[in-house]
Design a protein around this ligand. Structure first.
Ligand SMILES: CC(=O)N[C@@H]([C@@H](O)[C@H](O)[C@H](O)CO)[C@@H](O)CC(=O)C(=O)O
Length: 298
């Protein structure tokens, strides 16, 4: 299996309208990512999978069916973090047993204002349970947890913590991190800011829109790495035309509707309390997807 890097989809999950897991539909999303998007990997159990809205058994089942469907064709990362450390440990052990995941990841624990010592202990225990490499998931906008360079250093010193999914528009910190830790993996998490992150030599990017727009994102990545900045800017502008409209119409809902329009046969509902698209939003999704299709490379 190839090394972790490149454009990785934070996997969308198909739910039925009653909120239950649509297993066949989720498998279809995995296939679409591998066969159509030619994705470089899948990040399973992230925000995009609506992971913080589902129970432990459903999380396990998703890890299991994604592994079964991906058949080792692309590297998989399992996000096992949350605010219930005992659940995270159970999930970490489960993922290890599946034997199909290249690494685990864990969001910084949120809601309660945990001290840094508590956060560090949380990561130490998850790595110990997983017996796998771990990628920190830092998304301060949603968690309220801002890690400093010094704190990243302390976490990176824990054996088997190999990198970070860095979802912040803090390019100063990103530049400092890259320079200080050339051997750690840095995955960028804001799809609309991919180009500047590639310039700072991130190893890859993990995002929700890549389930649908990965071919364009791959262009941004490749062109920027090759020094073709005009080409990369052009591809990022096309990507952002899509992302802009998706954010306005409803992020995960519109991405799921785009998958349907792209041929994925699945229920593609979202979990409550998220609301489903209205008929008007579905119509709008058709226009959004049509404009993306016109921009996608052949
Ligand atoms: C909150 C959220 O969904 N953020 C996305 C981005 O890909 C984001 O949707 C995109 O940049 C549009 O703003 C990722 O960072 C999340 C992600 O990778 C995950 O599912 O864990």
């Amino acid at each position: 299996m190839s090394k972790l890097g490149g454009i990785i989809s934070a996997l969308l999950v198909s739910y039925n309208t009653d909120g239950s897991l649509d297993e066949a539909g989720t498998r279809a999303i995995v296939r679409y990512n591998i066969d159509v998007n030619k994705i470089d990997g899948l990040y399973v159990g992230g925000s995009t999978g609506e992971n913080f809205l589902i129970d432990t058994e459903t999380k396990k089942r998703i890890f299991e069916i994604v592994a079964d469907e991906a058949k080792g064709e692309v590297p998989l990362i399992a996000q096992v973090g949350g605010i219930n450390l005992l659940e995270s440990l159970e999930l970490a052990r489960y993922v290890k047993e599946l034997g199909a995941y290249a690494a685990v990841s864990a969001v910084t624990p949120f809601y309660y204002k945990f001290s840094f010592a508590e956060i560090k202990e949380y990561y130490r225990r998850i790595v110990e349970a997983a017996e796998l490499d771990l990628i920190i998931y830092s998304i301060p906008l949603l968690t309220g947890v801002n890690l400093s360079l010094k704190q990243f250093e302390e976490l990176f010193n824990i054996p088997r913590i190999i990198g970070v999914k860095f979802t912040a528009a803090d390019f100063y910190l990103l530049e400092r991190l890259r320079g200080a830790f050339p051997d750690k993996l840095i995955f960028f998490g804001f799809d609309e800011l991919l180009l500047p992150a590639v310039i700072y030599k991130v190893d890859g990017a993990i995002g929700s829109t890549y389930n649908v727009d990965a071919p364009l994102a791959k262009q941004v990545f490749a062109k920027a790495q090759a020094g073709d900045l005009d080409g990369a800017r052009d591809a990022q502008a096309k990507l952002n035309n899509f992302i802009d409209q998706v954010l306005e119409n409803g992020l995960y809902q519109t991405l799921k509707e785009s998958l349907r329009l792209g041929g994925v046969d699945a229920a593609l509902a979202v979990r409550p309390p998220m609301s489903q698209l209205t008929e008007a939003q579905k119509e709008r999704a058709k226009e959004i997807f049509a404009s993306l299709k016109a921009d996608l490379p052949n």
